[in-house]
Ligand binder design. Sequence first.
Ligand code: SF4
Length: 189
Amino acid sequence: MTEPRKARVATVSLAGCFGCHMAILDIDERLIALMERVEFDRSPLTDIKTFTRRCDIGIIEGGCCNEENVHTLIDFRKNCDVLIALGQCAIMGGLPAMRNAIMHSQEPLRECLEEAYISGPYLRNTTRLIPNDPVLPLILDKVYPCSEIVDIDYQIPGCAPSGDIIFSTLVALLDGKFKGFERETLRFD
Ligand code: SF4
């Protein structure tokens, strides 16, 4: 009799800080047990840059702040049966979405870039140029949660979510027993 195949998992960091990927590593020694059941495909954890096969689970860190993020997220949706938004940046934009609050200017994106590169405190930009190389991905007008770009199947909240929550959620999904989170699990105080 042939062994059941391992579930294929892909992960990516969009507009995030990689803290959520660090949290995946916080699964610690249970990763060994998890690797008995899953294999990672496209992911910073494997350094595989493109999908080699369709995946069962895609895990997204970060929201979308530029056009490359959008293309990557759509590619994940196409190539993964189940898509998980991992952490507050993926779920609601998180820290990068603070720039969405700049609304009093006629050109909020320009105001944001000028403060980041020209006028902000502690800056010394003698050229007074904002990076504009054509190879840089086009920045979006604001930072978008993943669910505003594609359908998201599950959200794992937290900044970053704990390794415990990530592990238990993945195992429950693999067992087909995921029923949401206990209220106590989602207390962050
Ligand atoms: Fe980093 Fe927190 Fe955003 Fe995760 S949710 S990418 S840990 S800022």
